[in-house]
Design a binder for this molecule. Structure first.
Ligand SMILES: NC(=O)c1ccc[n+]([C@@H]2O[C@H](COP(=O)([O-])OP(=O)(O)OC[C@H]3O[C@@H](n4cnc5c(N)ncnc54)[C@H](OP(=O)(O)O)[C@@H]3O)[C@@H](O)[C@H]2O)c1
Length: 276
């Protein structure tokens, strides 16, 4: 499967989400995923597991083949806090660079905080310690401020996106600007697994509902997906979704499912785009 690419980005379409794993559970999960072939790992300052992710990557001996995304929490966006956070993340991840560094959530005063935060992140990019920079949970209005008003080289927006929660506004804007979209909660935190339509399509393809949900995301241009899976069995099932081919009827059926079921609700100050 092709990578998601951009001027600063070469990110495998399927990655491993790591929240809320920590400690030995996280290390074991990251090690087994890498052994299966995963080359994209998603972590964050807020997850408290960067040290475990870093240890697993060191054990693999494959750092130069692995795309690491990490994120700064929204309370650490003032330049000095952001610089300290970034350097702590590099130390914990035991690496001299990350492949993608994101603002995890908009702050309550994001419009005001954004210019200085992005100027600081651009320095990390210029000195090579962040290969690409981007945002997460940004509605279109904030993406526009970052890209059009500030002129920052935003490579990616990571948002909740799955077959039951759409992101048409973000996807349309991102496509227009050459920005990648990473789908978090691509299995709706497990909710897609109980959906009858997905179960029917899974039966048709001799697959699982999780594979149907992931195949629907992965076929979309410039979209990556980062399912979290603790067990080797679930990691392998998700990995195999890359070779599942949906036909036009399947895609139309999945496109027609209601897309308004948000799972992750935080930051009541965020003016989300209408779901769908
Ligand atoms: N940027 C953000 O604000 C943000 C927010 C939320 C999440 N994220 C990132 O996105 C990642 C994924 O999102 P998520 O963890 O919230 O939700 P998710 O990936 O949609 O769902 C994870 C759940 O699905 C289960 N699962 C995975 N593969 C399965 C399979 N093949 N069959 C049955 N069950 C399966 C997992 O169980 P097991 O672990 O037991 O396998 C877990 O309970 C996170 O880990 C994190 O890295 C980012």
């Amino acid at each position: 499967m092709d990578d998601v690419t951009g001027p600063d980005l070469k990110m495998p379409k399927l990655g491993l989400g790591t929240w809320p794993m920590k400690g030995a559970e996280c290390r074991t999960a990251v090690e087994s995923a890498i052994a299966l072939g995963y080359r994209h790992i998603d972590t964050a300052q807020m997850y408290g597991n960067e040290e475990d992710v870093g240890a697993a990557i060191v054990t693999s001996g494959l750092r130069n083949q692995i795309h690491i995304t990490t994120k700064v929490w929204h309370t650490n966006l003032a330049p000095a806090d952001l610089t300290r956070s970034f350097e702590e993340s590099l130390t914990k991840l035991k690496t001299d660079h990350v492949d993608l560094y994101l603002i995890h959530w908009p702050s309550a005063t994001m419009e005001r905080d954004l210019p200085a935060a992005l100027a600081t992140m651009q320095k990390f990019k210029q000195d090579g310690r962040a290969r690409a920079i981007g945002v997460s949970n940004f509605p279109v209005a904030l993406m526009k401020q970052a890209i059009e008003d500030i002129g920052a080289p935003i490579a990616c927006n990571q948002v909740e996106f799955n077959v039951l929660h759409g992101q048409t506004a973000v996807l349309t804007y991102a496509k227009n600007k050459g920005v990648a979209v990473t789908a978090y909660a691509p299995l709706g935190k497990g909710r897609v697994l109980d959906n009858e339509i997905l179960a029917t399509l899974a039966k048709k393809h001799g697959a699982t509902p999780s594979q149907i949900a992931l195949a629907w995301l992965l076929r979309q241009d410039n979209v990556a997906a980062i399912p979290k899976a603790k067990s080797l069995e679930n990691q392998r099932t998700n990995w195999q979704a890359q070779s599942l081919k949906l036909d036009e009827t399947d895609i139309a059926t999945l496109n027609a499912l209601p897309k308004t079921h948000r799972n992750v609700v935080a930051g009541d100050w965020i003016k989300w785009d209408p779901p769908g």
